[in-house]
Design a protein around this ligand. Structure first.
Ligand code: SF4
Length: 90
């Protein structure tokens, strides 16, 4: 997976510990740094694809990423059900 975007992140010269906070305040501090970052999309996709469970990636907390993955699974499931209906109707 492409990772050259990492060097362009706003966090490239930050203390990595900032992005692995222990509480909600720490999460918000990390997310504030992500707001101005130009590589939030590939960063978030990297974390989602690799099922990175810890830390703030792409401006999203662990909880937010779990929710995105859940929504994606639901969308895939819904798409399959729709395909099944079309196949039955054909
Ligand atoms: S989105 Fe956040 S965690 Fe990802 S590279 Fe940018 S600043 Fe770093």
């Amino acid at each position: 997976m492409e990772t050259t975007w990492m060097a362009r992140g706003s966090c490239a010269n930050s203390n990595p510990e900032v992005f692995f906070p222990h509480d909600g305040i720490g999460v918000e501090i990390a997310k504030q740094i992500c707001i101005g970052c130009t590589v939030t999309a590939p960063c978030l996709e990297y974390a989602l694809t690799n099922r990175v469970e810890h830390g703030v990636w792409g401006g999203c907390s662990e909880r937010q990423r779990r929710r995105i993955l859940k929504e994606r699974r639901a969308a895939v499931h819904a798409g399959r059900q729709k395909d099944d209906l079309v196949a039955v109707a054909a």
